[in-house]
Design a protein around this ligand. Sequence first.
Ligand code: PHE
Length: 339
Amino acid sequence: MNIQDIEQEKQQALAGIAAAADEKAVEELRIRYLGRNGLLQDIMKGIKDVPNDQKKEYGQRANSFKTEVLDAVNARKETLAAAGGQTGAGIDLTLPGAWPSLGTRHPISALIDRAVGIFRSIGFTVAEGPDIEDAFHNFDALNTPESHPSRNPADTFYLEDGTLLRTHTSPVQIRYMETHKPPVRIIAPGRCYRRDTPDATHSASFHQLEGLYVAENVSLAELKGDMEFFVRRLMGREDIRIRLRPHFFPFTEPSVEVDYSCHVCGGEGCRVCKHSGWIEIGGAGMVDPNVFKAVGYDPEKVTGYAFGMGVERMAMILYGIPDIRLLYENDVRFLRQFR
Ligand code: PHE
C-alpha cells in the first residue's frame, strides 16, 4: 500500500462510518478498519516495503488513519445513542408532518390572467410585443410628434443605440396591425417603463393592459359597452356603470378617460372612491386615422377603439393595497394574503 492509498481508504472509511445506520453497523466498520485483522494492520505491515526516505510520512499517515477513524467511530456511536440507539427510532410517528411551504401567484400575474380571461370570453386574443421598443412603434406610428413631452429623456428610458424601454403597451397595437389584416380584436398585457420617482403610486416599471378592436363601424358606444362588461365581471357587480370623460391622447380621437361607478359604495361616495362615487380605470378612445395610415389600414374603411389600463392601479383598488411598492418587494407576508 502507498501513501495515496492510505488517504483514499481513510476517506472511504470516514464516509462509511458517518452513514452507518445503527451501532451494530458502526462496530462492524470499526472491526473492518481497526480490528485485529483489519485494514490498519495491513497498513502497519506494509511499512517494511516502503523506501526509507518515505517511511516517516507513511508512518504519520498510518497514525492519522487510526486516530481519525477511531474518532469517527466514537462520534457516530454517540450520535446514534443520542438518537435512541438508531436513527429513526425515537421519532413520534403521530406528530403532524412538515409541510412544504407552497408559493403563491403574484397578485399582478393573477389579476392579468383574470382580466385576460374576461376579454377572451368576448372574442379577444392575447398579443405581445417587446419591452425594448424603437421610437417608431412607441411614438411615431402612434401619432406622437417629436416635440411631445413624453419623448423627453427625462420621462423615457433610452438605450445607447436609440431604442427605448416602452412607455406604454400601445406599440403592441402597431406591431399587431402591421402583421394582421382587420378585423383585429386583441388584448395585450405587459410591462412598461417610465422615469418616475418611486412613491406610493409611482414605479419606474409597471404593467398595462392594452385593448384594440378594429373592424367596420366600431363605435365609441361599443367601447363603453365592452368596458362595462369587463368591469362588471372583474368587480362582480352587475349594477356598475361607465362614465367617459373627455381627455387627450395623440393616438386616439376622440380620447376619453374611463371611470366606473364605485364597486364598494355603488356610487354613493365612500373612502375607496374618495367620496366621488367614481373610480378611474384607464385611458381610451377611437383610433386616430393617422395611426391607421402608419400601419397601412384604410381609415375610410375601418374604425376602432383602443384602451390602456394600469394593472397595479387596478390591483391596488381591488385589494385595497395602500402603496404600489408592496407589489415589488416580494415580502412573503404580503404575498401570502393572495393565496
Ligand atoms: N397608452 C396610454 C397611456 O399609457 C393609454 C391609452 C391606450 C389611451 C389606448 C388610449 C388608448 O396612458
